[in-house]
Design a protein around this ligand. Structure first.
Ligand code: G
Ligand code: G
Ligand code: NA
Length: 253
């Protein structure tokens, strides 16, 4: 309850921030995208992890405000990146299932934010978890956004009961391999075979594969060898404030 009130206050006082983690081209190491990750620094609790407060925001009806804040800040910061000349860089935004209620019009809100920032629709990717893939209304909304040019990423793939039909039946542009899977890759031959297969299938379906949580060069080499398209992880960088992201872009030109 206390955390809920603090979150309300943080939203009101604009104490939340968004950091961005680079997603690079596996072959060239160049930055292709950034994932927007919300950050909250509280005087009393210090850094509060979104893993802790997103569920609270969901439970107490605050997720909509969190989502809108991240959306507007991300569009704003991406237009700074484009103005700096990096017009082929895009941003990925996380959305949770409760944000796709018919009462809060995601199509309108997302379209408005993109147009207000003067961005092309394809500069924004919406990340949804695989567990949301079975929600019909969510996919209805996502397919309309996709028809306008917004990209869709299936997050946390290869956790729990992943189904390839989620890739085939739903129209997605990216699939993100979860960190837990990447962690066990080097030691596990069957997982290596699975990644290879997933990359081949995705490539045929015109879907790009993003490996998450890559920390070691041995993991990177293996993923490169299997043809994985994009890499995200501490090997390159954790999420950083926009100013540092601009520096990173200037440095990797
Ligand atoms: O940022 P961190 O690295 O701690 O993220 C923890 C979890 O919180 C991730 O699984 C991520 O998907 C989720 N998360 C981070 N930012 C957002 C956000 O803006 N909206 C939603 N719905 N989830 C987020
Ligand atoms: O599930 P989602 O993609 O939203 O998760 C993103 C989360 O993973 C964030 O909390 C982010 O900080 C974290 N993360 C990203 N790369 C790495 C990494 O290489 N190592 C670790 N430990 N966490 C990572
Ligand atoms: Na994500």
């Amino acid at each position: 309850i206390k955390l809920r009130d603090k979150l309300k206050e943080a939203l009101k006082e604009k104490l939340l921030d968004v950091h961005y983690q680079p997603i690079v081209d596996a072959k060239t190491g160049r930055i292709r995208k950034f994932e927007a990750l919300i950050r909250w620094f509280d005087e009393e609790y210090g850094m509060v992890s979104p893993g802790n407060f997103i569920p609270i925001a969901e439970e107490f009806g605050l997720i909509h405000y969190v989502g809108q804040f991240v959306l507007e800040k991300s569009c704003d910061d991406l237009s700074k990146i484009h103005q700096a000349g990096f017009t082929d860089v895009s941003i990925s935004i996380n959305r949770s299932v409760n944000e796709f209620k018919s009462t809060n019009n995601q199509i309108e809100l997302i379209s408005e934010a993109i147009e207000k920032a003067n961005l092309p629709y394809n500069a924004i990717t919406i990340e949804v978890t695989e567990s949301m893939a079975t929600n019909k209304y969510t996919w209805h909304v996502l397919s309309i956004l996709r028809s306008k040019g917004v990209k869709i990423a299936l997050d946390d793939f290869c956790t729990g009961y992943s189904s390839l039909s989620n890739l085939i039946d739903n129209q997605v542009d990216y699939v993100k391999i979860d960190k837990s899977f990447v962690d066990s890759l080097v030691a596990d031959k069957s997982k290596q075979a699975m990644i290879k297969c997933l990359v081949d299938l995705s490539t045929q379906l015109n879907i790009r594969v993003i490996a998450e949580g890559v920390e070691q060069s041995v993991q990177l080499k293996m993923l490169q060898q299997y043809g994985c398209h994009n890499i995200q992880g501490y090997y390159y960088s954790p999420a950083k404030p926009i100013k540092e992201c601009l520096n990173m872009l200037h440095g990797s030109k």
